[in-house]
Design a binder for this molecule. Sequence first.
Ligand code: FAD
Ligand code: NAP
Length: 553
Amino acid sequence: MIETQPLNARRTVDAVIVGAGFAGLYAIYSLTRLGLKVQAFEAGQDVGGTWYWNRYPGARCDVESEEYSYSFSDELDREWRWSARYAEQPEIHAYLRHVADRFDLRRHIGFETRVVSQVWDETRGIWTVTTNDGAQIEARFCVMASGNLTVPNYPDIPGLDQFGGTIYHSARWPQDAADFTGKRVALFGTGSTGIQIAPKVAAQAAHLYVFQRTPNFSIPAGPLGKLEAATAVPAHERRRKARATPFGLSNAVLSQQSALDATEAEREIKFETVWKSGGSQPFLATFRDLLTDIQANHTAADFVRRKIGQMVKDPATVQMLSSQDYPIGTKRPCVDTDYFATFNRPNVSLVDLRKTPIERITPTGIRTEGAELQVDALIFATGFDAITGALRNIAIQGRDMSLTEKWQDGPSTYLGLMTAGFPNLFIITGPGSPGVKSNMVCSIEHNVDWIADCISWMNRNAVSHIEPTAEAEQDWGRQVSEVAHRTLFPLADTWYNGANIPGKPRVFMPYVGGLHNYIAACDEIAAADYQGFVKAYATGEQSPERSQFAGLT
Ligand code: FAD
Ligand code: NAP
């Protein structure tokens, strides 16, 4: 039974959960089903996480909705019908609201409440969690469902504070839809978000200036209508198949062929086929080595550049959109609807920030070298302090040091799930996990299941707290780095390695050895009584373990 005290009274629960997006909601569901007393906190006014905050025009998922949804309840899956192949933000948000209501999860969540600190008391084996209203709560476990893409990145441009028009960030979009009719708008950022926003704003605005720092590759979404066949397979069965694939997609087709073994004509036919059916993951899976061999990668990049040349009329704009200096797929591949064709509109201009840097924002516009553009609104689609941002925003104090101190040269974890020195603190899709390199809902459900199983096991075995050994964590960090360096990913400046945030340590954070291999490792470790973890028993005894983790390929 949930306690009836107000949130600002100090009380004790079994677990505090930070965040109420896909991860937090499923964590609440799973831990309460174990019989744990749970308190979740959410900074937003509602559930939804990403899908609460990112309500910009054009926002939709780019993993098909049949895959990008929960699988823990076949009933839920049967009841809910997605209206499109890639649902739009309002529908995904409605789905998460439905999940919260259907499973009665809201009563465990304190909304508009930000967790500001978490302090571990070694003597009592308890976390004290403090929220922005000054309230404190004690918990044996903390589960971080605070998200990988939650802390918006605002560029530091001189004069920004003097701008007299309206400023938007895609991840802090107002509740009421913004209307750009008749407005002159400047859009910064051409990542997945900017690429979704541009066609929508261009259709309304008097003029849209797209400020591009790095040109992006993007693959068309393909037909947007609902996929008919998919729902015939029960959710849990789709997810079982998804967990056996590198990216957590049950319908993935993985080629065994090298792009370099195909003739030019064969390659063209295969790329053309996936281009027409749509989606970046299928495109990058056309051949097995597009993300591991630079020559193979060039074949895919050249194909997309040829497509840009066919879609965009002005040769100078084609050149600006096609001058990518990194392998295709190493920045998060984008999926778009009419992005490139948008540049054929007379009311759209592309500005290359590398050739035309901004001198300053003025009260009425943007001054570049030799020109001043008058604009009414600025839209920042400039991304996030990703992966570690939300965790580092909370003052998390472990046994000997803070998380910020521990991670000053980059994050280190065991399996992305826990970090040494921070007992009973679990992270969902943390750095070192495949989370952001997969269908995230698939990874989230896996991580939450693993955490719930671990807590059950602890309770059955009278283990009071658990944390990785330093050695297991180092081994895992080595593996994360090794598998990354067998791919082309480290060749690009991305949010995966912190390059998008000035001063952030450069460490490639996701595990890219494949979700299936990661899950096998997690299972093996759990089956071996949580090998690589130190367990403290309720009796006061400790079991330091040396990692015998065999290693992944
Ligand atoms: P989030 O949804 O980010 O939720 C975290 C929540 O924690 C937030 O609501 C935040 O307010 C809260 N929080 C953080 N810190 C605190 C604190 N200190 N106190 C209280 N609350 C806090 N992934 C895919 O796999 N496929 C897609 O198609 C896809 N599309 C995306 C589109 C956009 C526009 C974006 C930004 C991301 C997309 N992603 C996609 C990634 C997406 O973030 C994940 O799929 C998923 O929604 C993450 O869920 P989560 O619960 O882990 O985190
Ligand atoms: P992003 O991928 O980090 O892109 C940010 C864009 O802003 C980049 O073009 C970046 O240029 C530019 N930028 C950053 N700082 C700048 C500055 N100071 N001046 C000028 N330009 C600047 O962020 P995002 O587009 O919000 O996407 C983040 C992630 O969210 C995606 O990778 C994806 O995982 C998820 N997402 C998914 C979807 C979807 O699936 N449907 C949609 C949106 C977002 P550089 O490239 O030069 O850094």
